[in-house]
Design a protein around this ligand. Structure first.
Ligand SMILES: [Zn+2]
Length: 397
């Protein structure tokens, strides 16, 4: 069950736990850091990781992995198979971690990176986004693709049922940007914001079909966007349209034909989120993270009103230069929290210069009304930074 009242959690990759030894790692997290909740990265994107206190691999490359073997019957509904991480050495790999956490009465929430996946994109290029120029994305799966949606739901169903998660914390469950790609690009000058927005639109067959069913003519729009990009990207930068990507532009661009396409995209992503939310709620879990917003954000591609009534935790951040300013801003922001959701915040222990600075910040947000605290990735932190977390434990005691 999702912890209510208060909690102190940390993001953690499974390899951090198993390479240190599950019990040794958890002893440190419990005794030294005073934590009682884990945000386990069950699916994560490609990266090069520097892991300063890992006893086995100080530097790690990963191409994007899933950290549990597929077992649930939901996998029969999709051809997309999870790419297993190198650290997964047995069928019970993730179960051993979860069981040890439950023995300590800790919360377990799974962090899932859904569509930004170089390894899955390489295995399933047909499931990736396709831009207006016809170029297939090599790092991002398309949320309109039924196989991708079934893959997403299989991930969630497995984590919520096989592993009994308290919730799902999502990342990249919608569309990606044109440049969410390889690590080093050869783009010497970024296109203007409007062209970057247009380059990020997916025109794969599934996106076209969904828009057609909504009564629009997506092929005509694709042609216009492509023609525009061919002209615009070839111009010298001083001739680019430097206007903002705002609603006024989006409603009027391409003779008003862009906006209906964005409405379709918004519905595509929102309905997928709703399916993930339904699976998560059915198991008594929480779908996170969401702030207090509840409007339909067509440009951003999500209708927040569909999630607001179901929130269990609601996320906030700090604004302001001084602790005092941040405190007053946070107290004001928390007025927007719905009565049915408990406020949460994420801290990055690596952003502080001392234990006192971390402790004062965490206790300040507690005074402002934050009940649930989480800290950034365990493995990427240095031991002394992790030790600082323990100094603030009264914030979630
Ligand atoms: Zn698409």
């Amino acid at each position: 069950m999702l912890k209510t009242g208060s909690s102190g959690g940390i993001y953690i990759h499974p390899w951090d736990i198993t390479e240190e030894g599950i019990e040794d790692c958890f002893d440190f997290l419990g005794d030294t850091c005073g934590l009682n909740e884990l945000f386990i990265a069950a699916v994560y994107h490609a990266n090069t990781f520097l892991l300063p206190h890992n006893p086995k691999r100080l530097l790690r490359w990963d191409e994007g992995s899933v950290f549990f073997p597929p077992q649930h019957s939901a996998w029969s509904r999709t051809r997309i198979r999870p790419v297993l991480g190198e650290c997964v050495d047995s069928a019970g790999y993730l179960a051993n971690i979860v069981d040890a956490a439950r023995q300590r009465d800790w919360g377990v929430i799974f962090f899932v990176v859904f569509h930004f996946s170089h390894s899955t994109a390489r295995n399933h290029p047909e499931a990736c986004c396709v831009d207006a120029l016809g170029e297939r994305q090599r790092a991002h799966l398309c949320p309109a693709n039924p196989e991708v949606r079934a893959y997403d739901l299989a991930l969630v169903e497995e984590l919520m049922t096989t592993y009994g998660g308290d919730g799902i914390r999502h990342e990249s469950l919608g569309y990606g940007g044109w440049n969410s790609g390889f690590v080093v690009d050869k783009v010497e000058m970024r296109p203007c914001p409007r062209d970057q927005f247009l380059l990020s639109l997916c025109f794969c067959g599934h996106c076209l079909e969904r828009d057609r069913r909504a009564g629009n003519d997506p092929l005509a729009l694709r042609r216009e966007v492509r023609d525009h990009l061919f002209d615009s990207l070839a111009l010298p930068p001083e001739e680019w349209d430097q206007g903002p990507v705002d609603e006024e532009w989006a409603r009027n661009a391409f003779g008003g034909r862009l906006w209906p396409y964005l409405e379709t995209r918004c519905d595509t992503v929102t309905s997928l989120y709703e399916e993930v939310q339904a699976l998560t709620l059915a198991q008594g879990g929480a779908f996170m993270p969401f702030g207090p917003q509840q409007h339909r954000h067509v440009l951003g591609g999500l209708d927040y009103g569909r999630f607001h009534p179901h929130l269990k935790r609601v996320s906030f951040g700090c604004r302001g230069a001084t602790l005092d300013e941040q405190y007053h801003n946070l107290v004001a922001d928390l007025q927007q929290a719905p009565s049915w959701a408990e406020p949460e915040i994420m801290h990055n222990q690596r952003a502080f210069s001392s234990m006192e600075a971390l402790r004062d910040q965490v206790l300040m947000v507690r005074r402002a009304g934050i009940r649930h605290h989480s800290f950034h990735y365990y493995g990427m932190s240095r031991t002394y930074q992790l030790e600082w977390i323990g100094s603030a434990r009264q914030a979630w005691a």
